[in-house]
Design a protein around this ligand. Sequence first.
Ligand code: SF4
Ligand code: SF4
Length: 165
Amino acid sequence: MTSAGGFIKAIESGSKHLVIKRFTFRYPEQKLKFVGDGYQFDPKRGVGIAGYRGRHILMHDKCTGCQLCAIACEGIAEAIGMVKVDESWKQNKKGIMPQIDYGKCVFCGLCVDACPFYALFMTNDYELSAFTKEHLIYTPAQLAIKPKYQGDVEIVIDDRGATHG
Ligand code: SF4
Ligand code: SF4
């Protein structure tokens, strides 16, 4: 191909993309918006409820300290450690609850599936970066806080893949 031919081809190819909707967005000014809650599991029905697998949320008033979430994680990432909590809950005699190391977690959701007491779910919060490894370890108290997550970009899945509005 001559250099003139190559130039025309490049202009032609580039101009086609002027009318195609952008696939990228300006993070962090624009953020993904996930509809609904994060991933959950209903132990009574034995079914998972679809949702984004961001950081977990722990319901202290439901956690019994049974450690099943930690056992589920053992063969996966060893991201869960059971730690003592200051508060006392009648359903949790040992006073222990999970803490999660997001430096190790692979967001598989198996710990959520393993919890028989509706105490551990996942959320839409995917912004978990930190400057130190220690800051990636979320204590039971941190896991209890509902994330203040607000996205503003709706994800649209069509036959070309995922785009956003
Ligand atoms: S989601 Fe994370 S903490 Fe839970 S089992 Fe998977 S790796 Fe472990
Ligand atoms: S979060 Fe669920 S599985 Fe984990 S210790 Fe608490 S009750 Fe048990």
